[in-house]
Design a protein around this ligand. Structure first.
Ligand code: BT5
Length: 241
């Protein structure tokens, strides 16, 4: 029987991710911050995350003791956990490396992982999950509607928010609590669910360089392998186009 971590609920908040770190600063850990609506939801590198009512917006603060080199694997594990949960809801979910979940070629969820590093170890993680659950596509701004979808839009019925949250948390705990032991199974799913396989990509790197390449695979450490032989880490890539 799975016991989920305590869940702290807000009807409206700036960002569950920021709130989770505030709780960390007050000494709390292993909690989930959940909100009905976010006014300043954000993605990677300060990008805006639209979070209207009806979505599943949460951040899971977890204390860990992991080497920073394992961040790609952690990120992959989180993608696999969310994609498999959506598959349990009968959606054909795939993972667009590093952190997008795709259904019918459209983004349905995004994952943001932030870390606290001390003495060269990741000591705390906040895993932010934004899933467009019971949201009508019209709740999003016009420029996004073409590129995104929602669970409601795909399934044509409402889905229980709390059950979906617990489904995802259980899979996150299952993978992350034994990350080394689960490496092979995480890798197997990541390869099977790799939306980018054989697709051309453009990537803006942290060095400000733009590259064009073709995706070949995901390696067992969670890096993206390209036709030109690059092994891209989540640390290297600012944005994929
Ligand atoms: C992500 O960032 O995909 C990670 C998003 C994580 C959001 C969660 S919600 C709970 C927690 N609290 C927060 O404040 N954040 C986390 P990134 O890869 O940077 O993608 C951002 C891009 O996705 C934007 O530039 C838009 O193009 C697109 N986008 C914005 N809102 C979206 C939405 N609701 N659904 C699909 N795509 C969206």
């Amino acid at each position: 029987m799975y016991t989920p971590p305590p869940i702290i609920f807000y009807s409206k908040i700036n960002s569950t991710q920021d709130k989770a770190w505030e709780f960390y600063d007050k000494g709390l850990s292993n909690i989930v911050v959940l909100a009905n609506e976010q006014s300043m939801g954000h993605g990677r590198h300060g990008r805006k995350w639209f979070s209207p009512k009806g979505g599943l917006w949460f951040s899971y603060l977890k204390t860990v003791n992991i080497q920073p080199e394992l961040l790609d694997l952690i990120s992959t594990a989180c993608g696999v956990a969310v994609a498999l949960s959506l598959r349990d809801l009968n959606l054909n979910a795939l993972i667009k490396w590093p952190n997008d979940i795709i259904v019918n070629s459209k983004k349905i969820a995004g994952i943001l992982i932030s870390t606290k590093i001390m003495k060269n170890k990741i000591t705390a993680l906040v895993i932010g999950v934004g899933l467009n659950l019971n949201v009508n596509i019209n709740a999003f701004p016009g420029e996004l509607r073409e590129q995104i979808t929602t669970v409601l839009n795909e399934l044509k019925h409402y889905t229980d928010e709390l059950k979906t949250l617990i489904l995802i948390l259980q899979k996150l705990d299952e993978f992350l609590d034994n990350i080394i032991l689960n490496k092979a199974i995480i890798h197997k799913y990541a390869r099977e669910l790799n939306y980018l396989k054989n697709r051309p990509i453009k990537a803006l790197l942290i060095s400000n360089k733009m590259i064009e390449d073709i995706v070949k695979d995901i390696d067992e450490s969670g890096k993206l392998i390209t036709a030109n032989g690059l092994a891209l880490s989540i640390y290297d890539v600012v944005q994929l186009y």
